[in-house]
Design a protein around this ligand. Structure first.
Ligand code: ACO
Length: 469
């Protein structure tokens, strides 16, 4: 990719990568090449910890060394040289694209950014009162409707005429005409259903791309609707990252902001068999479809143990307030056995490579902003104290969420939208892994060890007692 305008950012990423390499063992890992003979003989813990559910070429995480690879490519190289669109291609097709292949993918993303029908349906709900993740999940269901409400085999959502309008020029109902709901008219909508006879409506690469574009559009629209604004039309000239910032904030980002958003999208695109990816794959394995599967991913990501720690990190840094307060705050937190948000990881027992990239980017963006740079200074001080204690004792280091909140807030994204932004990126991994799994699909069906009784006698309801035995 041509990153000439943002060379400073590339240098920061490469420097982070160099530090990571110097601190970790550079020996090649034998694990990825080991073949698996099913059934696998392994120790499985609660929550399927340690279980191997499938084979994949999409991504590799080595928690002991702090390595993250997509399709064999180091995350630092991808952040330094690639783009989110290119990474989507890599995850979905297993190789980096040629110029033409990338242009075709970008064209499809542009096409699928036009989701007028879905947005119009979404605006029939009071989005401003909904949890953003609930609104996003609803939105993906509505996207599904736009691909299935034409009862014809081979229907694909077709690009509609792009209207160059901002929120002020999208016509709203001005006179009561007796409609049950407010009507928001988008020109070109009537042509939007065309039969192409190309792909199955709710599976296949086109659905992956429809969802990758659609989740970004929906998230930006949700942000605006929550703030009392109408959604913004995407700009076909902008990249995925720049479009997201533009559609969410109404402001065209600087090249540096665009690049940093692009890097955050790359960093969050895939991460092994995490809970939301697994949830999405389980649903897909029943031969349900891509939209329902991604909806399950969104639902799983909404849980506080998965997405959302970065929102808590920001709260914590604000609560600590100053560098001087870090020491007493941390001492009290340790005494209370409190978990420090943004530290520790189920897989990484080394510095999370994603945090390595995000830390200098947070510093870069917060420079010149008094409040943000003070938050960054608090974060750095907390990091050094945690590493000096918990890092040594328990291998606890910053995770991806520790610096991402500062980065997102510098880019103008409010904390209550951080988890939706995670989905904007992770949808690439969800859809890629579903596609890969479906090539050799077997419905997921683990077992539970039954620990209940066997010899119960049925008691008629009138003779049952509320007393516990
Ligand atoms: N602060 C202080 N101590 C911690 C932290 C932390 N953030 N994380 C783990 N520990 C301690 C635990 O108290 C435990 O100590 P013990 O052995 O004395 O009981 C030990 O480290 C192991 O902790 P577990 O909870 O068993 O570690 P696990 O790997 O299961 O949990 C998790 C990982 C959930 C991420 C945990 O580290 C945590 O809650 N971190 C804070 C929340 C957070 O930042 N979440 C975002 C994770 S990244 C992501 O999901 C995108």
């Amino acid at each position: 990719m041509n990153h000439n305008k943002t060379k400073k950012i590339t240098d920061l990423v490469l420097k982070a990568g160099k530090t990571a390499l110097a601190e970790t063992n550079t020996k090649r890992e034998p694990e990825p090449t080991k073949s698996i003979n099913w059934p696998v003989d392994c120790v499985v813990g609660p929550g399927l910890e340690g279980a191997i559910a499938c084979e994949s070429k999409i991504g590799y995480v080595n928690g002991a060394k702090g390595w993250l690879l997509y399709g064999g490519y180091n995350i630092f190289d991808l952040c330094a040289y690639s783009s989110f669109e290119e990474v989507c291609y890599l995850l979905l097709y297993g190789k980096l694209p040629t110029t033409i292949q990338l242009a075709l993918l970008k064209n499809k993303l542009i096409k699928y950014r036009n989701n007028h029908q879905t947005l119009r349906a979404l605006m029939n709900f009071s989005v401003q009162e909904m949890n953003p993740m609930a609104a996003l999940r609803l939105g993906t269901n509505l996207m599904r409707n736009t691909t299935t409400d034409v009862n014809l085999e081979g229907y694909v959502p077709e690009n509609v005429e792009v209207i160059s309008a901002d929120e002020d020029s999208i016509p709203m109902e001005t006179q009561p005409l007796g409609q049950e709901h407010a009507i928001y008219e988008f020109p070109g909508e009537s042509d939007s259903k065309k039969v192409k006879g190309q792909v199955h409506p709710t599976t296949g690469i086109d659905c992956c791309l429809h969802l990758i574009s659609g989740i970004a559009v929906l998230s930006a629209a949700i942000l605006r609707l929550r703030n009392g604004y109408m959604p913004l039309e995407p700009d076909p000239e902008l990249s995925h990252a720049a479009n997201f910032i533009y559609m969410a904030t109404g402001r065209r980002p600087s090249p540096e902001e665009e690049r940093i958003m692009d890097i955050t999208l790359i960093l969050h695109a895939d991460h092994g068999m995490n809970a939301s990816t697994f949830a999405a794959m389980v649903v897909a394995s029943t031969l349900s479809d891509m939209y329902y599967s991604v909806g399950s991913g969104i639902a799983a990501l909404n849980g506080p143990l998965h997405g959302g720690a970065n929102e808590q990190v920001l709260k914590m840094l604000k609560e600590i307030d100053s560098v001087e307060n870090v020491k007493p705050w941390f001492a009290k937190a340790r005494a209370n056995k409190q978990k420090i948000m943004g530290f520790g990881h189920r897989v990484y027992k080394a510095y999370d490579p994603r945090a390595r990239v995000l830390a200098p980017l947070a510093k870069y963006l917060s420079k010149g902003n008094r409040k943000k740079s003070s938050l960054f200074a608090v974060a750095q001080e907390l990091e050094s104290q945690v590493i000096a204690t918990l890092g040594v004792e328990k291998r606890i280091f910053p995770n991806v969420d520790f610096y991402s909140g500062i980065v997102y807030s510098c880019l103008g994204i409010p904390p209550d939208m951080f988890t939706t932004l995670f989905a904007v990126s992770r949808v690439a991994g969800w859809t890629a892994r579903i596609q890969e799994y479906l090539r050799n699909n077997r419905i997921f069906r683990p077992r539970a060890r039954y620990i209940g009784p066997f010899d119960m006698h049925y008691v008629p309801i009138a003779r049952r007692s509320a007393k516990k035995k």
